[in-house]
Design a protein around this ligand. Sequence first.
Ligand code: URA
Length: 270
Amino acid sequence: MQDFPSDRDALQALLDFHVEAGVDLALDETPHNRFAEPAPAKAPVPKAAPAPSAPSPRALPKAAASAPEEVASLAREQARHALSLEELEAILAGFDGCALKFSAKNLAFADGNPEGRVMLVGEAPGADEDRIGKPFMGRSGQLLDRMLATIGLDRTQVYVANIVPWRPPGNRTPTPQEVAICKPFIARQIELASPEFLLCLGGPAAQNLLGLKDGILRTRGRWFTYKTEDGREIRALPTLHPAYLLRQPLQKRLGWRDFQALRRALDGRE
Ligand code: URA
């Protein structure tokens, strides 16, 4: 068996390393080096051996195992019934159509003030958001708060959500099917919150909400129109995702420009 460090700091560093690498599920008490194990002896194959059956998928409620188009139309139907954000959250919490719900710890529906003039939408919760059950709670959220502060805003004045409200395992990118299934819910959330301004954080939010094809470096900083199903038009600004800015700090100046544009719009100057 592998030797583990015995002091607390080294153990914490090892744990952090695994979490950073996306390992967030413990499957066994002890690690196994599968490469070191001898190959299983080949058993003689009986002549008329039956074909091996396919591995059975992890049992999921029926809705999550149905065709994505069927589930997306079920999601549209259910989202339409919500008459308030509280109702929408309750409906989403009871919705079994997205398999991400079954690996996530919590639904991260929203944070901040739904009465605010600005709504920010990111991609999907990460580990901190999953643990706490609210969007933008980790390092990206801290940077987001600092950026908001530069234009005199905080979470008592803005409303924050994601296009996908459950954490994809290991922080992988949500699949197009997962996004399509969750889209009616975020669309209804925007409609019910009815902000004056929508800030799309990162390419996936901009592309999925505004139907843009170009990448975020081409679309950021330009104003678009988001149309709700009930016919309202909301001014929408794509900007760089704070997680990207943490990896590419030089690009923060672009993010800063976008936030300045938002400030001018809030003040009626743009
Ligand atoms: N990244 C996102 O897009 N959303 C979060 O809530 C956290 C990180």
